[in-house]
Write a protein that binds this ligand. Structure first.
Ligand code: PHE
Length: 457
């Protein structure tokens, strides 16, 4: 096909896409969000729905997203438009790209606030503040942080600045080393935490909590949260994976790559859950349904009582920061690429403008944890609650649905087959089938049922 942007960069190495996409996928979603959302939703049933969401819906849509990016070699908005034109379809389909880029921007605004908490915890770990902390004390420390908007803004600003600096220089440099070296290290450290949790925590209770359930525990509301979270954790429907796919060399196999990324992402989430919950169950004062503070309260208790806890704690929070960093980079990239390619605005300027706007919007999230905490804006939620609900439960499933319909039904199979030519025929057919007949109805039913459950008195 004719490429709208001829000088679009390509990753230097075949493996970089896997690394970059894993860097995007593995982040706060796995280590912070998965355990707390699973905790709030009662464990097992939610975990099952989440795993089904990854395998049945997430993986096929991820393939579709990479395929569009690589086919068009352009920013997400340009890419969907180009792929659509190639198959003789309406330019209106680029709305998918818009939808994604806007959602990424909204998520970036609150993601950097939470990532900022991690920076505060790096400081606390290094200065030995966890030593001897009880569950109650750790909870009080966390509440005190959230109650202080100035500290939250400080860390949020530092984090957005860190992200903007990388983007201003371009994604290919810097990111590669970060993911190649640090992601494996993060994983090893999670295993260390897991080993510790097995030894001193209530591992049996954690396993029962995460992996057993009654059929009566299943609900549409849980299915909707689980589906939204599978999109979130795989970085789907936001243009991030499409943008990274657009830098992918033609000879790499999309199928294998996607399996690797989704597999690693799921593994990290499960190990994080298995490292956190044993401590939760063995510590007085921490509940599984604790909410956003779960990781920030349970892990300091563990670090505060383990040998060499200062060292492990410091390294752990530094690594979580880096994992979050490689995710925010991919949240900002699609919009920067778009503005840069579409309007010819220099990368550093485009980055600065968008980072500033995300920072400004992020102030709403900062205030949601203190000054605005009790305010109900809509549906009984405050600013952050609403933003979180709208992006995760509405925008992501909607974007995924449109992508599945577009690539499954509107892109001519001869083009999708061409991008997936490394895959055996049965795999291509299974993928197309899932994209056509499985993903759209599943997403649609869950969305409608959960909106109904939300609005019903
Ligand atoms: N997948 C990331 C996480 O789990 C979040 C993210 C979403 C990053 C979308 C980029 C794009 O933390």
């Amino acid at each position: 096909m004719k490429h709208p942007q001829r000088q679009h960069a390509i990753w230097g190495h075949r493996g970089t896409f896997i690394l970059a996409a894993t860097g995007s996928a593995v982040g706060l979603g796995n280590i912070w969000k998965f355990p707390y959302v699973a905790g709030e939703n009662g464990g097992g049933a939610f975990v099952l729905l989440y795993l089904l969401g990854i395998v049945l819906v997430g993986v096929p849509i991820m393939v579709a997203e990479v395929l569009m990016g690589r086919r068009a070699r352009a920013n997400p908005i340009g890419a969907v438009g180009a792929v659509s034109a190639e198959s003789g379809r309406s330019p209106l389909w680029s709305a998918i790209g818009w939808c994604g880029v806007i959602t990424a921007f909204l998520i970036l605004s609150y993601y950097s606030v939470v990532a900022g908490w991690t920076l505060e915890y790096v400081k606390a770990a290094v200065t030995g503040q966890f030593a001897g902390q009880s569950g109650e004390q750790a909870g009080a420390v966390f509440s005190a942080l959230l109650a202080d908007p100035y500290r939250l803004v400080l860390w949020q600003s530092v984090f957005i600045a860190m992200t903007a600096i990388v983007l201003a220089f371009g994604v290919t440099r810097g990111l590669e080393t970060t993911v190649r070296v640090l992601m494996p290290l993060l994983f090893v450290l999670l295993l260390v935490m897991l080993g510790y949790a097995v030894q001193v925590g209530d591992f049996g209770a954690a396993v029962r909590f995460l992996f057993s359930f009654n059929v009566s525990d299943l609900s549409w509301a849980k299915a909707s949260v689980a589906l939204g979270h599978s999109f979130f954790t795989l970085s789907l429907a936001m243009g991030a994976i499409m943008a990274y796919g657009s830098y992918m060399p033609k000879r790499a196999s999309i199928g294998k790559t996607v399996f690797a990324v989704a597999g690693l992402d799921t593994l990290v989430a499960l190990v994080a859950g298995l490292a956190i919950f044993p401590i939760v169950f063995a510590t007085a004062g921490i509940e599984p349904g604790e909410g956003p503070g779960l990781m920030y309260i349970s892990l300091p208790v563990a670090f505060g009582s383990m040998p060499a806890g200062v060292l492990f704690g410091s390294v752990f929070f530094v690594l979580v920061t880096l994992a979050a960093w490689s995710s925010t980079i991919s949240l900002l990239e699609p919009l920067v690429a778009y503005i840069n390619e579409r309007f010819g605005l220099a990368r550093p300027l485009a980055t600065l403008a968008i980072a500033f706007a995300a920072w400004l919007l992020g102030l709403g999230t900062v205030l949601s944890f203190n000054v605005w905490e009790g305010q109900q804006w809509l549906l009984g939620r405050n600013f952050f609650g609403l933003l979180d609900f709208f992006t995760i439960n509405v925008m992501l499933p909607l974007g995924g649905l449109l992508m599945a319909i577009f690539v499954g039904w509107r892109v001519l199979p001869r083009y999708s087959r061409l991008e997936l030519r490394q895959e055996p025929a049965w795999m291509y057919n299974a993928w197309l089938w899932a994209l056509r007949y499985l993903a759209p109805p599943a997403v649609l039913v869950i969305m409608i049922a959960s909106i109904y459950a939300e609005l019903a008195p």
